[in-house]
Design a protein around this ligand. Structure first.
Ligand SMILES: [Zn+2]
Length: 662
C-alpha cells in the first residue's frame, strides 16, 4: 500500500488515558452516514427479523413450539462433524444451525440501534417476543443455548472448539447491552447476566473449573461490553481469563477432544492457527486462520489492553497489526482471501476475482481498529478503520439496505451479486449493526480529551470535566474535505481536542476561530491536538484536500503487478461494465492520464466519480487468431470509475478495481 502509515507511537507520546467511544444515542449522523443509517433503520432491521423467521429460526428458540430436533432426523452431526461453517441439523422439514443464537443476537443489536434512529413499535414488539422466548428457554442454572437445549441436549460444554457455544453467548450479550441502552428494557440484559454468571462458574483459573475458551472468539469483547454496561468487574475478569488462557499448554482443545473420545489430530482444519489458539496470544506475531475469528480476538485483546493498561498485549497487537497491514490486507480494507479457511493464506496472496474478503472480516477490522484507538488517538489505526468502513465493509450492503454480499471480490466477470439471504447469515446483521451504530465510531472520549476519528455531518453530545458539551460537524465528507466544527460547552471548559489528519491527505489546513494552526507542530501520531478553554461558539475549521491518488501494490503481490487502483480521499474506486462496456480486462489506464473528479448528485444516491482517458485492446482488428507476434491495436476510451462500495447497485456486469496500467 502506498499510503504511508505513521509509525507506532513512542512510549512517551502515547497518552495514558483510555479513550472510550461515545454511546450510539449521543451522536446523530447526517449526510453520507445518515443516509446509510436511515436505510438500515427503515429497511435492513426489519428484513433481518423477517428473514430469520423465514429461515425458521424461531422454531429453534421457542420452547412453546416442537423442537426441530424431534422432527424425524435423518442426519444429526456428532460434535466432531461440526466445522467452521457450523453444523447443520436437517430434520424432515427444518434445517437448523448451531450458531443461530448469534444471528438473533446481531439482529436484536441492529434493531436496538435502529430504534434510536426511528421509533418502530412493530419491530420492538417482535424483538420483545424473541426475548420472551429466550427468557422461557433459559435453564435454572442460567445456561442458555438453543442448539444444546433443543437440538443436541446433554452435550453442553463438550466441544468449545467447533460448536460456537460461547460465541453465541457473546452475540446475545452484545444484543442485550444494545437493547437495554436503546429501550431501557432490562429483561435480556438480566438474562445474559445470569448466563454470564453461569459461564463464570464453569470457566476460570480456580480448581474444578474448565480451562477452556471458545473456538470462535467473540465472548471476550462481549464480556467487556457487559462489564462496561453493568459496572461489574467480574465480567471483565472473565474476558481477560479467556484471552490469557488461549493457546496455553496443555492445549484445551486436545484435552476436550480426548474427553469426548475423539482424536485431537482428526481436527477438520488440521491446525489451531485456524482459531488463533496455536500459541498464547502474547506470543502471536502473524495474522493467521479464520479472518473473522482473528479480528474478534484482537478486538477483545485491545479492550483488555486498554482496560488493564496491559503493555504486553499492546506489543503483540502492534506486531499483528503490522503483519496484516504490510502483507495481507486488500486495498479495500477487505481481508481473508481464501474460501477454504475463510481466512488468511500466505504473505502477499491477494487474488482479486476469487477474494473471499468476507463482509464480517472487514467489519471485524473496523472493530479492532476502533478498539486500538482506546489506547489513544493514532491515525495508524483510524485511517485503516476509515478505509475498511468506506470500502470493504459497506460494499456488503446494497444502497437501499435490502441485499447483502458475503464475499467482496475486487474483480468480477459479471456473475457476482448481492443476495437476499444466506444459509450462513452472519454478514447481514453484522453490517446492519455496524452501520446503525456508526456514530459511536466517530469519537473517543477521555477524562480531559476528545478525539475526532471520523468526519461527517453530525452532532455529538458528551460530558467532559463535569460540563455538557455539544460538537456539531458541518461537512459534505467524504465527497468534500472541508469540515467545520462548532464546539458548544454549557460553560467554558478546558480539554484537548484531537483531530485526525489522514495520511491520504496531501494538504491540510486547520484554523481555530479563524486563526491558522501550525499543523506540523500540533500533530502527534496523525492527530492535531488543540488544548484550550473551549467556549460557546468556538469554531474549528479543518480543510482536508480530497486528493485523488493512484495506488500501487507491493511488487510481491503477484495479482496486482503492473496494475493501479484509484482512490479519492478515503474511497477506493472501481470500474463497472455499465459505465465502461464489457471486457474490462482489456482496458488500460496510462500512467500520465489526467484524473478528473465529477460530482454526480443523481448517481447512486449522490457520489463523486472519477474519469480519465484510457485505452482498450481491440478484438475486432485482431481477428480469430489465438496468438500473434504483434500486440493488439488499442482504441481510446473514456474511463469512468465509481466508489467501490456502490458497485452492483445498477445493471449487472463486470467490475474491476485494479486496472492495467499502460
Ligand atoms: Zn459473515
Amino acid at each position: 500500500m502506498t499510503v504511508s502509515q505513521p509509525a507506532a507511537a513512542t512510549e512517551a507520546a502515547r497518552p495514558k488515558l483510555a479513550f472510550r467511544p461515545l454511546p450510539v444515542p449521543q451522536v446523530d449522523v447526517r449526510g453520507f452516514w445518515g443516509d446509510r443509517v436511515d436505510a438500515v433503520a427503515a429497511k435492513t432491521a426489519g428484513i433481518l427479523y423477517d428473514r430469520c423467521v423465514e429461515a425458521r429460526m424461531l422454531e429453534q428458540i421457542d420452547p412453546d413450539r416442537p423442537s426441530p430436533g424431534v422432527v424425524i432426523p435423518f442426519h444429526s452431526p456428532s460434535p466432531d462433524e461440526a466445522d467452521a461453517q457450523g453444523a447443520e441439523f436437517t430434520g424432515s422439514t427444518v434445517t437448523t444451525q448451531m450458531f443461530w443464537d448469534s444471528d438473533w443476537g446481531k439482529t436484536i443489536e441492529t434493531a436496538a440501534y435502529s430504534l434510536y434512529r426511528r421509533r418502530n413499535p412493530d419491530l420492538e414488539r417482535k424483538i420483545d417476543a424473541v426475548i420472551d422466548m429466550y427468557e422461557k428457554l433459559q435453564q435454572e442454572d442460567g445456561y442458555l443455548s438453543s442448539w444444546y437445549q433443543r437440538i443436541q441436549p446433554g452435550l453442553r460444554w463438550t466441544n468449545l472448539r467447533d460448536c460456537h457455544e460461547l460465541y453465541c453467548a457473546g452475540h446475545l450479550i452484545e444484543g442485550a447491552v444494545a437493547y437495554y441502552q436503546a429501550t431501557g428494557k432490562r429483561k435480556l440484559l438480566d438474562i445474559m447476566c445470569r448466563y454470564a454468571d453461569h459461564i463464570a462458574s464453569m470457566f476460570g483459573p480456580e480448581p474444578g473449573k474448565k480451562k477452556g475458551y471458545c473456538g470462535h472468539e467473540e465472548i471476550e469483547l462481549a464480556l467487556v461490553k457487559l462489564a462496561r454496561a453493568t459496572g461489574e468487574k467480574k465480567y471483565m475478569e472473565l474476558a481477560k481469563y479467556f484471552i490469557d488462557q488461549r493457546g496455553q499448554q496443555p492445549h484445551y482443545f486436545d484435552e476436550e477432544a480426548r474427553a469426548r473420545g475423539a482424536d485431537p489430530k482428526a481436527y477438520h482444519f488440521k491446525t489451531y492457527e485456524y482459531n488463533q489458539s496455536h500459541k498464547p496470544v502474547r506470543e502471536q506475531d502473524k495474522v493467521v486462520g479464520h479472518a473473522v475469528r482473528a479480528m474478534y480476538l484482537y478486538s477483545g485483546m485491545a479492550d483488555i489492553a486498554t482496560e488493564y493498561g496491559d503493555d504486553t498485549l499492546r506489543v503483540a497487537l502492534d506486531r499483528l497489526w503490522d503483519d496484516l497491514m504490510t502483507k495481507s490486507l486488500y486495498v479495500t480494507g477487505g481481508l481473508g482471501p481464501s474460501a477454504h479457511n475463510e481466512g488468511f493464506t500466505s504473505d502477499y496472496d491477494l487474488p482479486n476475482e476469487t477474494a473471499y474478503a468476507e463482509t464480517c472480516a472487514s467489519v471485524g477490522l473496523v472493530f479492532w481498529a476502533s478498539r486500538m484507538l482506546g489506547m489513544g488517538p493514532n491515525a495508524r489505526y483510524a485511517d485503516m478503520m476509515e478505509r475498511a468502513l468506506y470500502n470493504g465493509s459497506i460494499s456488503g450492503l446494497s444502497l437501499d439496505g435490502s441485499l447483502f454480499f458475503y464475499e467482496n471480490p475486487l474483480e468480477s466477470r459479471g456473475g457476482h451479486h448481492r443476495w437476499k439471504w444466506h444459509r450462513c447469515p452472519c454478514c447481514p446483521p453484522n453490517i446492519g449493526r455496524m452501520v446503525a451504530s456508526i456514530g459511536s465510531y466517530f469519537y473517543g472520549l477521555a477524562d480531559d480529551a476528545l478525539a475526532v476519528h471520523l468526519y461527517g455531518d453530525s452532532t455529538a453530545r458528551f460530558e467532559i470535566a463535569g460540563r455538557q458539551v455539544s460538537l456539531v460537524q458541518t461537512s459534505n465528507y467524504p465527497w468534500d474535505g472541508a469540515v467545520a466544527i462548532e464546539v458548544g460547552p454549557e460553560a467554558p471548559v478546558a480539554f484537548t481536542l484531537h483531530l485526525r489528519v489522514p495520511a491520504w491527505c496531501r494538504k491540510a489546513a486547520l484554523r481555530v476561530n479563524g486563526k491558522l494552526v501550525d499543523l506540523e507542530a500540533a500533530t502527534v501520531d496523525g492527530y492535531a491536538a488543540i488544548r484550550r478553554e473551549w467556549r460557546q461558539g468556538d469554531k474549528v475549521e479543518l480543510d482536508l484536500e480530497m486528493s485523488m491518488a493512484r495506488l500501487f501494490a507491493n511488487p510481491q503481490v503477484r495479482q496486482d503487478i503492473g496494475r493501479v487502483a484509484l482512490a479519492r480521499g478515503p474511497l477506493i474506486y472501481c470500474v463497472e461494465e455499465t459505465d465502461n462496456g464489457g471486457g474490462l480486462h482489456r482496458v488500460a489506464l496510462p500512467r500520465e492520464a489526467r484524473l478528473e473528479a465529477h460530482v454526480e448528485p443523481n448517481l447512486l444516491g449522490g457520489v463523486v466519480t472519477l474519469s480519465a482517458i484510457g485505452s482498450r485492446a481491440d478484438t475486432e482488428s485482431w481477428g480469430a487468431d489465438l496468438y500473434r507476434p504483434e500486440p493488439p491495436a488499442t482504441k481510446e476510451m473514456k474511463l469512468k470509475a465509481i466508489p467501490y462500495f456502490a458497485w452492483d447497485n445498477r445493471d449487472p456486469g463486470e467490475m474491476l478495481v485494479w486496472l492495467r496500467e499502460g
